[in-house]
Design a protein around this ligand. Structure first.
Ligand code: DQA
Length: 147
């Protein structure tokens, strides 16, 4: 049983990129913690970061028949621009949680709108890297109840 974690553009720079907004953890730090959290609950976790919209879309399509049961996604800047990634998630009908490291509502107005939030199970923002762990805790609870 698999959970897919998707990281959008520029998140490969975590750790060095604007730490006042995004913290000091690298993407590897975050992915490693998530993988062990999932493993303790008996789930597999796969993480992908891409700067390319079509790679995220193709990975979401592949999730249709690779055993993925839940998606956690930080669409990064695509949050505010991508009807295509939103449509991919709606297309595969997999439940997903939208995560942002920073509190997007406390930042520039163009970050206040998300193409994902109204079709997400839920949204976590402003809690830094911990937000991913909280999203995963929720996904694991939901999936455990589904057995
Ligand atoms: C982000 C917020 C977005 O507005 C921004 O473009 C990002 C990261 C976050 O995690 O806080 O790249 O999704």
């Amino acid at each position: 049983r698999k959970i897919l974690v998707l990281h959008g553009p520029n998140l490969n720079l975590l750790g060095v990129r604007e730490p006042q907004h995004y913290g000091r953890d690298t993407l590897d730090d975050i992915n490693r913690r998530l993988a062990s959290q999932a493993k303790s609950a008996g789930f597999e976790l796969e993480a992908l970061q891409s700067n390319a919209e079509h790679e995220l879309i193709d990975r979401i399509h592949a999730a249709l028949d690779d055993g993925t049961e839940f998606v956690i996604i930080n669409p990064a800047a695509f949050t505010h621009t991508s009807v295509a990634v939103r449509d991919a998630l709606s297309g595969v009908k997999l439940p997903f949680i939208e995560v942002h490291l920073s509190n997007v509502h406390a930042r520039e107005p163009f970050r206040h709108h998300s193409y994902f939030s109204d079709v997400a199970v839920g949204v976590i923002c402003g809690l830094g890297a911990h937000g991913y762990e909280l999203a995963l805790a929720h996904a694991l609870r939901v999936l455990a109840a589904k057995a």
